[in-house]
Design a binder for this molecule. Structure first.
Ligand code: ZN
Length: 332
């Protein structure tokens, strides 16, 4: 019996991550191509198709080896036709991504939001393995999210389900968010938000801090540095981390009260802080969540890193097959 492969993809603003993945979720081969945003991003589908052909020939394989492709894209996805309404980074507007990819690759294609497929990836092979009800939050430049209920992505009516980053945390006096509102959790718990809060803290008090010296000298700060100095006992850095985990813990507790998930998985660059983030976050979460929701719920750091999206994309193809062939073995 010949094993067939799934294709996973994850389109980002600077690179497109791609992989051939077997039906056990193991990566056979992965690669990246630069995202060509020229002419409104119109070359992206053909670039993806070419890179698939090239990798197949490098591996000495034919197109028949592939079953289909699942791919993530930034921005809400129109689930009826797999098109992307707007992706500012890529220059797309009403871009028929699924149709173009199907034409260029001759494969069946499933398109979903990038944060959603990362959540699915963590459910299949990462920190959420074995669970069907989970929340995933990605703390990066922004705050992304994916909600999975009973093994299914919660898309909502407009494909904007899981936009955890735009939960309002400050009803007054919050910083402006990219979405047009103010006070979203993204303005507080993203890497950018943490740095902004730190700079605000430094300018509002004369309390000594190594971070102030660093900021004066280099005119820059990072969330990693804030966590590092908080660990070393810096008073102002600890104050900022307490604020970040207070609002994030509150937002996640309110969300969890509505969903009663088994796990909450925290990913993205900020999650590299590990326990320095997780321990105070758990404390705040437990403080605000309904006790029955807290019981048995596990807060964990994501384990797949940048591979979550490609693995999640592959899972979408596999699930479509499972739906189609219910009890027929997948080794077709
Ligand atoms: Zn927002």
């Amino acid at each position: 019996m010949v094993e067939k492969w799934l294709v996973g993809g994850d389109i980002g603003g600077t690179t497109i991550k791609m992989a051939f993945i077997n039906q056990n979720g193991e990566i056979i081969s992965k690669w990246e191509i630069p995202t060509n945003i020229n002419d409104g991003g119109k070359y992206i589908p053909v670039d993806i198709a070419k890179s698939i052909e090239q990798t197949l020939s490098k591996l000495g394989q034919e197109k028949q080896k592939l079953i289909g492709m699942g791919i993530g894209a930034p921005g809400p996805v129109n689930l009826r036709n797999g098109s992307i309404d707007v992706a500012v980074n890529l220059g797309w507007k009403n871009f028929p991504l699924r149709d173009l990819l199907e034409i260029e690759t001759s494969l069946p294609v499933i398109v979903d939001n990038d944060a959603n497929i990362a959540a699915i990836g963590e459910m299949w092979k990462g920190a959420g393995e074995g669970t069907k009800d989970l929340l995933c939050v990605t703390l990066g430049t922004g705050v992304g999210g994916g909600i999975i209920a009973n093994g299914q992505i919660v898309h909502g009516i407009n494909g904007a389900g899981g936009e955890i980053g735009h939960i309002t945390s400050l009803i007054e006096g919050g910083a402006p968010c990219n979405c047009g509102k103010t006070g979203c959790i993204e303005t507080i718990a993203s890497a950018t938000g943490i740095v902004r809060l730190m700079i605000e803290e430094l300018s509002s008090t004369p309390t000594p801090s190594k971070l102030r010296d660093f900021h004066i000298q280099h005119q820059t700060l990072s969330s990693e540095l804030v966590f590092k100095l908080a660990n070393e006992g810096d008073e102002l850095a600890n104050k900022v981390i307490r604020k970040v985990t207070l609002y994030l813990g509150l937002a996640l507790a309110n969300l969890a009260d509505g969903l009663n998930p088994e796990k909450i998985i925290i990913g993205g660059g900020v999650s590299k802080a590990g326990d320095a983030l997780l321990v105070p976050l758990k404390e705040q979460f437990t403080r605000f969540a309904f006790p029955r929701v807290s019981q048995g719920l596990e807060l964990a750091i994501a384990t797949l890193g940048n591979d979550a999206g490609i693995i999640g994309g592959a899972w979408l193809v596999k699930r479509r097959l499972l739906n189609r062939y219910e009890n027929i073995p997948l080794h077709l």
